[in-house]
Design a binder for this molecule. Structure first.
Ligand SMILES: [Mg+2]
Length: 339
């Protein structure tokens, strides 16, 4: 495939290591990509300020997609102003960016989240319930990064009582008014014999699936949606990574020549992005397995290594480094299984 490449990439457990958040293993590939002038567009569930920090560290000056497609931030002047008009895209000029807003405001998300918690009588904890210290604990982020992770605009990440994060929070005694509220809603539910949380713990993954389906249905009835990320559930509007990627593709296409898009991700919330690109890459999860994808029909690249090592493996292979183009089959090429 020839043309100008554009790379769309998830961060957590894709470009960044799931546990350490390090991108070190991807640095040589990133350097090569930069040298070739290929845009790397971060497409993440992280907030704008978190993403800005990573982009700055990596020296990326390209658009980025935040909070699961909640908004696209394009550095001012990156695309000629006429492109937006031609693509019929509405932008807001804000702090050195041209912003395309696609998500539902955070206050509305929180209000629906609280209603769901009450309805299910389940211990559900969202970022909006947590202090900076608690966010640092459940994410493994440092204090400063956790502060940035808390500034949400279009996405409420949350976890439930069956998750390991819940145990962590309990171990430090999450003692504030939220806890009382959660407790009150659980008592309320128990009195109505909806003890979903308890059933969940006893009956395992099947019950969890069932509950997730129910939660998704409630979110849908409120015009919202729940997606499963690598670490948390996410409550958002009907924005997703795919919609945001398609908008950027439209803008890149207005430039000269054909474009070829690569997308890299590891989780369910990355799937809309992977469907929107020409060359989708499913990066192995930290345990070496891959997200189960039911849909087929598109060639999908699965990496053998997780996180930034998998990122490197796929990018080197797809950009057709000389050693692979010349007919030799390098180890990285063998590791990627095609389908
Ligand atoms: Mg991820």
């Amino acid at each position: 495939m020839s043309g100008r490449f554009v790379i769309f990439t998830d961060l957590d457990a894709t470009l960044l290591d799931h546990r350490t958040y390090s991108y070190r293993a991807a640095l040589p590939a990133l350097r090569m990509v930069k040298k070739r002038g290929i845009p790397v567009v971060i497409c993440t569930s992280k907030t704008r300020t978190e993403t800005e920090t990573v982009a700055r560290e990596l020296g990326l000056k390209h658009p980025f997609i935040v909070e699961n497609g909640g908004a696209i931030f394009i550095p001012s002047g990156y695309f000629p102003g006429s492109y937006y008009k031609r693509a019929r895209i509405k932008i807001i000029k804000k702090e050195g960016y041209e912003v395309i807003q696609l998500g539902v405001p955070y206050l509305r998300l929180r209000s629906v989240f609280k209603t769901m918690r009450k309805k299910f009588g389940l211990k559900m904890v969202g970022f909006g319930d947590l202090s900076v210290e608690e966010i640092a604990m459940v994410t493994g982020l440092g204090q400063k990064e956790a502060e940035l992770a808390r500034r949400r605009e279009y996405d409420e990440p949350f976890f439930c009582e069956h998750g390991s994060e819940f145990g962590l929070i309990q171990s430090i005694g999450h003692q504030d008014k939220t806890k009382t509220k959660i407790k009150a809603s659980i008592n309320d539910a128990q009195s109505r014999k909806i003890i979903l949380g308890q059933n969940l713990r006893q009956e395992g993954p099947k019950e969890r699936e069932k509950l997730l389906r129910k939660m998704k249905a409630v979110a849908r009835s409120q015009g919202l949606r729940i997606t499963v990320g690598g670490r948390f559930f996410h409550l958002t509007g009907h924005n997703d990574k795919g919609r945001a990627v398609r908008i950027l593709k439209k803008l890149y296409r207005l430039g000269p020549g054909k474009i070829v898009t690569i997308g890299l991700g590891d989780s369910e919330n990355d799937w809309p992005m992977l469907r929107a690109v020409d060359l989708p890459v499913l990066v192995a999860r930290p345990d070496g397995r891959h997200l189960e994808i039911l849909e087929t029909g598109k060639q999908l690249f699965r990496t053998s290594r997780p996180g930034p090592e998998g990122w490197t493996e796929a990018v080197n292979f797809l950009l057709g480094l000389q050693k692979y183009v010349s007919g030799q089959t390098g180890p990285a090429a063998k590791k990627i299984k095609r389908r």
